[in-house]
Ligand binder design. Sequence first.
Ligand SMILES: CC(C)(COP(=O)(O)OP(=O)(O)OC[C@H]1O[C@@H](n2cnc3c(N)ncnc32)[C@H](O)[C@@H]1OP(=O)(O)O)[C@@H](O)C(=O)NCCC(=O)NCCS
Length: 177
Amino acid sequence: MKPRIRLLADAEFPLLFAHLCRSSDESGRDGDVIFRPRSRHEVMDEVVIGQRHREGWARPLREPLWLRTWGLIDGTTIVGHVDLTGGRLPAELHRATLGIGIQRRARGQGHGRALLETVITWAREHRLAWLDLGVFAQNSRARAVYRAAGFVEVGTVRDQFRVDGVSIDDVAMTLAL
Ligand SMILES: CC(C)(COP(=O)(O)OP(=O)(O)OC[C@H]1O[C@@H](n2cnc3c(N)ncnc32)[C@H](O)[C@@H]1OP(=O)(O)O)[C@@H](O)C(=O)NCCC(=O)NCCS
């Protein structure tokens, strides 16, 4: 059956966490570029990450740091996700920052494009004005997918991250909704 995309609720956090662990583990390995701004030796803390998600999911869009997460659900497993985080200040609430990750086995089948279409439609319905994201310069697949969805590159911060000894330039992209 074709994977479905759905906004996630509290009870699905354990499934999301399992996906985040599997996806993070692929960063910089077996031919993948590094796509995560953390050391591969850093352990993901389920309690801390769970608390951040549940708090963000509960916040209305008029409050800073609201969070909404959609899962790409294949049977009983999450194989991809996309999320939007509201601005940190009240003056930034017309913008949201996008994050996305699809496990290797589910990539290259149009799911990235479908996840982006889902959140762009949702953001327009909720009257946001801009979507922002940061993408590592070497991640040419992700940059192409974002460009195809209408995102525009607005600048590059050189040496933004150093991950396990590798210096990474970060490209800022934005979409006017
Ligand atoms: C980046 C990512 C979200 C894209 O999702 P995806 O499901 O693999 O992408 P899709 O199958 O929807 O492909 C969309 C387009 O990208 C193109 N594409 C695929 N691989 C590509 C590559 N290596 N270089 C350039 N374009 C590529 C496809 O041809 C497709 O174009 P089309 O719609 O014109 O046919 C996904 O690969 C991913 O999660 N990668 C690992 C984590 C990551 O990089 N996250 C982003 C961090 S900023």
